[in-house]
Design a protein around this ligand. Structure first.
Ligand SMILES: [Zn+2]
Length: 402
């Protein structure tokens, strides 16, 4: 496989060469550079992995031929893609310093220089370049998107809101999901400083922009709980649970807390109603515990037997084996302890959440995917339904609970 890597710089250089030739064809047929030995010396340096010498040659070439902006942009993009940010910055800085660029070329070069600065972690410099581009109307939508990336990284949610609003007005791209999350971030910030009125105003804004914003309702429910109104909180949690299992694991501890505050003996009933509508492993786990507390271990075992009859779920199997070994050791089959150990290991290694945009897997809920930066794309991993007759479940639950 090593030979493939040897071809990479050649492939990159050929792309660059094509871009260069395309550029030179657009200028004039047989222009001064197409047979320029200086150009081929630069190309030779590039192919021999001597990029700094190549850059020196190409920068000088630009001084000879004032219309080689495309060449520079292709070379800058090549270094940027390879993560050689210092070299990309040299190329782009040299380009924007030139006076004979068209407006479009200047906009493009400034934008790429801004991206170089971002990659180098120089957010201040990148920000001022992008703001300049927006003001001049050059590459403005791309610049606005980059500004949002910067403000998100800096957790400057107010500026995220302002910039998203500008972008929304300049493009057809719907921004309601992002805008609702920025409002939620601001609500969280206010709550950390015990400023409930401001927080509530941002939650209302979030729901006005995106009526499906689950996060805003979750924060609101927590506010009701903290404000001493568990009845209102429970209404909101029920509403959220009806929306499906995607965020259920994240809100389950708060929902349990809420149920317990209202009625310690009615938790199994409350969870049972939710479970009937949307069966999912985290809810199954809490429901089986509540049944055990309120109705005894035998009832919990019966419940798990039924559940595993229709769900191919490791978490349910782990819970059933735990219960069998601890409360009904006389019914435990030979090898149950080893089986439990293996299953616990598999469950611990499994992700609880997955991004539906990029597949990023996580153990905890992130409202913004750490990998692809989408908002609201990370959701709980769903349990699989077994197809009847469920042979696996039958063999696991054989002789138990019956
Ligand atoms: Zn993602």
């Amino acid at each position: 496989m090593q030979w493939l890597f040897l071809l990479l710089p050649i492939a990159a250089a050929s792309g660059w060469l094509l871009a260069w030739r395309g550029g030179s064809r657009r200028r004039t047929e047989g222009s001064c550079c197409s047979g320029d030995p200086v150009f081929f010396r630069g190309l030779n340096y590039l192919l021999n992995e001597q990029p700094d010498k190549a850059i020196d040659v190409f920068l000088k070439l630009a001084e000879v031929d004032g219309e080689t902006a495309e060449t520079h942009l292709a070379l800058g993009a090549l270094f940027q893609r390879r993560g050689e940010v210092d070299r990309a910055i040299r190329i782009h800085q040299n380009l924007v310093a030139r006076e004979n660029l068209s407006n479009a070329q200047r906009g493009y070069a400034l934008y790429e220089l801004g991206r170089d600065y971002m990659l180098a972690g120089l957010f201040d410099r990148a920000e001022s370049l992008f703001l300049e581009l927006v003001e001049q109307g050059l590459q403005d939508r791309r610049a606005l998107r980059s500004l949002i990336e910067i403000y998100q990284a800096e957790k400057d949610w107010r500026r995220c809101l302002e910039t998203a609003d500008q972008l929304r007005r300049r493009s057809d791209r719907p921004m309601q999901t992002e805008i609702a999350h920025y409002h939620c971030e601001l609500a969280d910030e206010y709550l950390r400083h015990a400023r409930r009125d401001e927080a509530r105003a941002h939650l209302l804004d979030a729901q006005a922009v995106d009526p499906n914003c689950i996060r805003a309702t979750m924060i609101q429910a927590q506010m009701e709980m903290d404000g001493g109104d568990p009845n209102s909180a429970l209404m909101l949690y029920r509403h959220l649970a009806r929306r499906g299992p995607d965020y259920l694991p994240a809100m389950l501890p708060a929902l349990l807390h809420c149920c317990e505050r209202l009625n310690r003996q009615g938790v199994a009933k409350e969870l049972g109603d939710l479970f009937a509508a949307h069966p999912s492993p985290p809810l199954m786990l809490e429901l089986s515990r509540a049944i055990e507390r309120e109705h005894g271990p035998k009832a919990a075992l019966d419940f798990l037997n039924d559940y595993l009859g229709t769900h191919a779920d490791l978490v349910g199997t782990e819970r059933l084996l735990e219960l069998r070994l601890s409360r009904f050791p006389e019914q435990a089959a030979e090898g149950d302890a080893q089986l439990l150990e293996v299953i616990s290991h598999l469950v611990a290694a499994r992700p609880s959440y997955r991004c539906d945009q990029c597949g990023f897997e996580a153990r905890a809920l992130h409202w913004q995917c750490p990998s692809c930066k989408h908002w609201g794309s990370i959701k709980a991993v769903a349990a699989q339904l077994l197809t009847p007759p469920g042979g696996l479940a039958q063999s696991l639950t054989a002789g138990v609970g019956g």
